[in-house]
Design a protein around this ligand. Structure first.
Ligand code: 13P
Length: 272
């Protein structure tokens, strides 16, 4: 398998796999440069084809300018993402970062609604909807993060909460631009407990069905849906075998260049 292809109204839609590394609050700008350099060398030694599998890193805000400079100077193919975005474009919002500024730094993707922000910063579905709107407005591609807690899993099952969060984030926009969904069960983040590939595929499938019902089959067929939560080089292939899963959002394992490049080279592990 290489990428997910969906037949839709006699039209073929290809979803390029997306391998995303969320560094969270790890690495200063000097460590960031070293990591991106090592990651790029490792992937180019392995002849990685970025057109067939996109690789994106999400460093802390303070590292982004340094990584942008490195990527530009050395013509690297690693793509830049940011971990958060303000719902406002400018003004008296101390500590917030505008999508306009991120766009100027060649940032392409932005995480919205990561469970750590929903929990630690009390971000609601409405906040996530507004941040998604800010990403659309400023020309960034939001990666909308959704997922259930252990308690929600036990009381509501696996897909109810993530599906409701997706519907809320995508509601009320005048027009939907390009977006990505990341299904990250909260109980699997940083715990070493992973959803099984079958569970991940079922929830990603339900999310795609909900997008189709709300926004039409074309948008659903074109949307990449990622799995996240304790992904490592030795378990990534299981998730990406399913045509419903179009990539992974990786936390801890993205801080190690060898491990993360092993994840980006997931096709090596897939035995058909
Ligand atoms: P881990 O891969 O460390 O479980 O983190 C997942 C995550 O939160 C990525 O956004």
């Amino acid at each position: 398998m290489n990428d997910s292809t969906t037949m839709n109204n006699a039209e073929t839609v290809t979803r390029i796999p997306l391998i995303a590394g969320n560094w969270k609050m790890n690495h200063d700008h000097l460590q960031a440069i070293a990591l991106v350099q090592k990651l790029s060398w490792t992937l180019s030694d392995a002849n990685h084809d970025y057109e067939k599998c996109e690789v994106v890193v999400f460093p802390p805000f303070t590292d982004i300018r340094s990584v942008q400079t490195l990527v530009g100077a050395d013509k690297l193919s690693v793509t830049l993402g940011a971990q958060d975005i303000s719902k406002f474009d400018s003004g008296a919002y101390t500590g917030e970062v505008s999508g306009v500024f991120l766009k100027k730094l060649d940032v392409k993707y932005v995480l919205v609604g990561h469970s750590e922000r929903r929990t630690n910063h009390h971000e609601t579905d409405q906040t996530v909807q507004e941040k998604t709107a800010a990403a659309f407005r400023t020309g960034l591609i939001p990666i909308i993060c959704v997922g259930e807690t252990l308690e929600e899993l036990e009381t509501q099952g696996q897909s109810a909460v993530p599906v409701a969060q997706v519907i809320a984030a995508l509601a009320g926009h005048q027009k939907l631009s390009d977006f990505v969904i990341a299904y990250e069960p909260v109980w699997a983040i940083g715990t070493g407990k992973v959803a099984t590939p079958e569970e991940a595929a079922i929830v990603c499938g339900k999310i795609r069905e909900a997008i189709a019902a709300e926004h039409g089959p074309e948008i659903a067929a074109a949307t990449r849906i990622l799995y996240g939560g304790s992904v490592k080089a030795n378990n990534v292939a299981g998730f990406l075998k399913s045509p419903e899963v179009d990539g992974v959002l990786v936390g801890g394992a993205s801080l190690d260049a060898d491990e993360f490049s092993g994840i980006a080279r997931f096709q090596k592990h897939i035995v058909l």
